[in-house]
Design a protein around this ligand. Structure first.
Ligand code: NAP
Ligand code: ZN
Length: 352
């Protein structure tokens, strides 16, 4: 075991601090890499502040699951990585590997409940009570959960693809976003701006729903064909019964009915935002009278995450980021709560 510096939350209310955390020795199937950049996801904020009652936070907590860096050591059985390669890890570091979901490459839905998330999940190696994430100098990850990234893209701007990117890429693919489809993305934050980029890249007619009039121009620049201010009932009504798919990234509970009403017959509203409190129950008749669905989606499997990273390298897609220093994360969280992020904070870990 060795100790490395990390940005640590010691309680739901204390400011983040730099502290030392343990990392396990590199096992035969492990890759160790120095973390160069780590994105700041709203899930980090939910976890640091212990907002998810179904998944209580164990302190000390080290968030971060948009992790990119350079390999420093590999185990004897590792075949895909060498010292000096670029490497990345997203929201998962392990799963059972044998259940039907894992065999289908959907490790995030491991049927045994064996998905080990990158932080605040029981640490099966016993290095610490829970897994510690990417707000740290280095990490040791089982090879299967380490992704390859292109050296042609800005590495800092690649980091958010590991969560924000795959969380939108996966449902857009699964629900068939493409030419001839009208697709809505709700919320222009970290996840939402990647949703706009991917829906546009897949050739769908892309509509951004935002509560922030100041984001209209950016929405169009990022790839939206239309931008609708979701608080404006008349603007919303113009799109009634017209969408094949709407993906909501909103991080707080809100009324779903205005969005359900915009779906065509057989359309789907897919929730990826994970608010502290449940949404109020949707009106059932709006679903019944057009055979509409409300669904959820969680990140994406490892194979699909690699596919997404390769697609981004080919299409030159990255996140729009604001690079911050390790001491600025609390400030970044406050700005995130004001919907003031353009459009993902990324921590320059070299400075830690
Ligand atoms: P974020 O950067 O803070 O973006 C959320 C956006 O939601 C805001 O920028 C804002 O966009 C919109 N919004 C905020 N308050 C709103 C309100 N009251 N009504 C309507 N819209 C509102 O957050 P993020 O990092 O993208 O994460 C979003 C959510 O997804 C979080 O709950 C996170 O935990 C969850 N998440 C889920 C998964 C998954 O696998 N399902 C993965 C990662 C994250 P506008 O200013 O444009 O309105
Ligand atoms: Zn995330």
């Amino acid at each position: 075991m060795k100790n490395v510096n990390a940005i640590v939350a010691n309680s739901a209310t204390a400011p983040l601090r730099t502290a030392s955390i343990p990392r396990r020795d590199v096992g035969p199937n492990d890759v160790e890499f120095e973390i160069l950049y780590c994105g700041v996801c709203h899930s980090d904020l939910h976890t640091v502040r212990n907002e998810w009652s179904a998944w209580p936070t164990v302190y000390p907590c080290v968030p971060g699951h948009e992790i990119v860096g350079r390999v420093t050591k590999v185990g004897a059985k590792v075949s895909r990585f060498r010292v000096g390669d670029l490497a990345a890890t997203g929201c998962m570091v392990d799963s059972c590997g044998t259940c039907p979901s894992c065999k289908e490459g959907l490790e995030q839905y491991c049927d045994t409940g064996g998905t080990a998330f990158t932080y605040n999940a029981p640490d099966s190696h016993g290095t610490a009570p829970v897994t510690y994430g990417g707000y740290s100098k280095s990490i040791v990850v089982k090879e299967h959960f380490v992704l390859r990234v292109s050296d042609k893209l800005s590495l800092a701007a690649v980091a958010p693809l590991l969560c924000a990117g795959i969380t939108l890429y996966s449902p857009l693919k699964h629900w068939g976003a493409g030419p001839g489809k009208k697709v809505g993305i709700v919320g222009l934050g970290g996840l939402g701006h990647m949703g706009v980029k991917f829906a546009h890249a897949f050739g769908a007619h892309t509509v951004l729903f935002t509560t922030s009039p100041s984001k209209v121009a950016d929405g169009k620049r990022l790839g939206a064909d239309e931008v609708v201010i979701s608080k404006n009932a008349d603007a919303m009504a113009k799109h009634a019964r017209s969408f094949d798919l709407i993906v909501s990234t909103v991080a707080v509970s809100h009324d779903l009915d205005p969005f359900v009403n915009l779906l065509k017959r057989d359309g789907s509203l897919v929730l990826v935002g994970a608010p502290e409190h449940p949404h109020q129950s949707p009106a059932v008749f709006n679903l019944i009278f057009a055979r509409r669905s409300i669904a959820g989606s969680g990140i994406g499997g490892i194979a699909e995450t690699q596919e997404m990273l390769d697609f981004c390298a080919k299409e030159n897609i990255t996140s729009d980021i604001e690079l911050i220093q390790p001491g600025e994360v609390d400030k970044a969280y406050e700005r995130m709560l004001k919907n003031d992020v353009k459009y993902r904070f990324v921590i320059d870990m070299k400075a830690l």
